[in-house]
Structure formats: C-alpha cells, structure tokens
Design a protein around this ligand. Structure first.
Ligand code: NDP
Length: 335
C-alpha cells in the first residue's frame, strides 16, 4: 500500500453558484482520521442531484466545501478504533457529510461496505445512493404491490432508471415520463410499460395517464422533479394513493394545502430523504446487502452510465442540470 500524501486533488467550492464554482485544486489537505473512521482513496465518485443543491446554495453547508456523498475506492488507512476494515480493502461508501469529490475521504466505517468479488468500485459509486433511494422508496415510502399502477417521473434518469428496474421486478405496471425520444426509449428499456413525454403540457400528461389506467389513476407516485410536476401528481393519484415527492430537480414544491389530500381520494403525501431511512447502521447494512444482491441477480443493471474526469465535474453538473443526461454520471479520480 503506497503511503498517504499530505495534500490531495479535489473539487473545492469556495462560494455557492453555478457550475463554474467547481474548481479543481491540488493543495487540499488529506483529511485526518477521527474515531471510527477509515480513509478511502477514491477511484470513482457518483454524481447526484443533491451535489448541485449544495453547490448552488439551495441546501446550506459551511464554505469552503467539497461536495459529493458517494464513491468507490480502496482503504488507505484505518483508525485504531475500527475493526472490520484493513488497508487495501475495496469499499463503497455513502456519507451525508459530503467530501467525496476528492482523491481521499475520511468516512465513518459504519457508512462503508466491503465490496464482494464481482462488484467493482465503479459499480459501487454508480449504485449506492440512487439504488438505496429507489429501494427505500419502494419499500418504505410506498410499498409497491404487483397490482399497483406506478408513476415514475424522469424514468430515464439516475434514480428513475433504477426505480423502473426494481418496480418491474415486483410486477407492478409502470408509467414513466422522459424528456426526449431517446430518453423515452431508455425508460422503456428500464421497464416502464408506458412512457409519456415530460415536455407535454400538464393537462395532456394527466389525460394520458388517466386513459392508460382506465380512469383508475396511479396507486404510487415517485416524483423527483418536484415543483413542475407536483400538481400533476395530485391529479393522477388514485383513491388511497401515496404521492411521494422525493426531489427538487425543477425547484422546491411550494407549501401544500392539506385539504388537497382529501377531495374524495384520501391521499397520503410523503417527502422522504434517503439518509433518514438509513440513520441506523443496521438499516444501511440491511438495504445495501439487498441492493448488492439485486446487482448480482441483474435486477439492477446500471446499463447506462457516463464517465467524466473528476477535474471536469463542471461538465457533469451542466449535463445533469441541463436535462441532457440519462442514467448515472460518474467522476473518475486521478490516481
Ligand atoms: P436525474 O438523472 O433524474 O436528473 C433529473 C431529471 O429530472 C432530468 O434529466 C429531467 O428528465 C427531469 N426534469 C424534469 N424537469 C426538470 C427541470 N425543470 N430541471 C431539471 N430536470 C428536470 O437526477 P437524479 O437521479 O440524480 O435525481 C433525481 C431526483 O431525485 C432529484 O430531484 C434528486 O434531488 C432526488 N433524490 C432524492 C433523494 C432523497 O433522499 N430524497 C436521494 C436521491 C435523489 P427528463 O428531461 O427526462 O424529464
């Protein structure tokens, strides 16, 4: 194992703003280990929409900051208080404390998993955050049943692709939305039974969904787009449905009049965050073990990934926010 340097490269955000604030620096101190932590030499970093919220200042964090919550890499050092990891182990991690857009990251051992043979560090960085989001959504936010009609927005996106794969393995019928003919085709490949253009006017989207479901509507709605689609969600929700608004790609959903949940439909509304489902180490272990099993069985395929250089994180953010991306975006870390 090579010795750990004092300084590292990484993307430092000194002020919040557009993607131009993502600056590559090579003189960032390598983090020192605290109790319970391991030092990971990152190989691949996963890009997630939440990284853009911190970069833009929608979600607040002290500056300067390194964004990024997930990566796959090699353990470079282990604090003496930690058991179960050793230098050289291949690991994936998911850490709400951010700091992943860099060559090294100190991570609580409870937020890392040792990768079994056949699961690469690329796969770990591509699947942990979005895969665990999809898995907890279909289990905890709305437990999907084979008889359900389910609406998945951005069905060719990162979370949306995995949602479609997991929901189709349950047997429920999926209506997906996507923004271009290519993305619509990708959504079908992901398992969506019906796909509607997300660029259509809201009234048209509503009427198509009601027609497809024979007037029933959707029993579960998984919407990561937020502000632009929330009204559609309420309209197309079936009686006793769960409307799960889990993201803000188009902006924050404005405050909601709870009487909109009555209206003869008795809707349930939730706004979950992944990290609150994984607050206990056992929860992280249980769901990540199940996700790895789904990767091994081919239920989650990660068929659509795009790699960028860590130094060029800006292009990844531009593509994600510009609705140009499909599937998962990853950053390759210089070794
Ligand atoms: P995606 O790959 O899904 O990218 C976002 C997609 O949203 C776009 O490609 C686009 O798809 C669609 N979209 C529709 N309208 C807009 C708009 N006005 N601006 C931008 N995008 C729009 O991203 P992720 O998979 O990384 O994340 C999806 C959502 O899930 C995000 O909102 C994210 O915050 C949320 N999330 C929430 C978590 C939680 O714990 N609650 C955890 C993980 C993610 P199209 O063009 O095809 O319509």
């Amino acid at each position: 194992m090579a010795s750990v340097p004092k300084a590292m490269g990484g993307i430092l955000i000194e002020k919040t703003g557009d993607s131009s604030v993502l600056q590559w620096k090579t003189d960032i101190p390598v983090p020192e280990l605290a109790d319970g932590q391991i030092l990971v030499k990152n190989e691949w970093v996963g890009v997630n929409y939440i990284d853009t919220y911190f970069r833009a200042g929608l979600y607040k964090a002290p500056l300067p900051m390194i964004t990024g919550a997930e990566a796959g890499g090699i353990v470079a050092a282990v604090h003496e208080s930690v058991c179960g990891f050793k230098p050289g182990d291949r690991v994936g991690y998911l850490d709400p404390a951010r700091g992943a857009y860099a060559q090294y990251k100190a991570v609580a051992a409870s937020k890392a998993i040792t990768l079994p043979e056949g699961v690469t560090t690329h796969t770990a960085a591509a699947s942990l955050l979005q895969g665990l989001t999809a898995l907890t959504l279909i289990r905890e936010a709305h437990h999907v049943k084979p008889t359900d009609w389910i609406l998945v927005t951005a069905a060719a996106g990162g979370v949306g692709s995995i949602l479609c794969e997991m929901i189709s393995s349950v047997g429920a019928k999926i209506i997906g939305t996507a923004g271009t003919p290519e993305k619509m085709e990708q959504a079908r490949k992901n398992g969506a039974n019906y796909v509607i253009s997300s660029r259509d006017p809201p009234e048209k989207i509503v009427s198509e969904i009601m027609k497809i479901t024979g007037g029933h509507g959707c029993d579960g709605i998984f919407d990561g787009v937020g502000k632009a689609t929330f009204d559609i969600d309420i309209e197309v929700a079936a009686r006793k449905a769960t409307v799960c608004t889990y993201g803000n790609a188009s902006g924050l959903v404005p405050p909601v009049d709870v009487m909109r949940l009555a209206g003869g439909k008795n809707l349930k509304l939730c706004r979950p965050t992944l990290f609150a489902y994984l607050a206990e180490p056992e929860e992280f272990e249980q769901y990540s073990t199940e996700l790895i099993d789904m990767l091994k069985k081919g239920i989650v395929k990660l068929a659509n990934t795009t790699d960028y250089k860590l130094e060029d994180a800006k292009s990844a953010h531009d593509d994600l926010e510009g609705r140009k991306s499909t599937g998962k975006l990853l950053l390759q870390v210089p070794q």
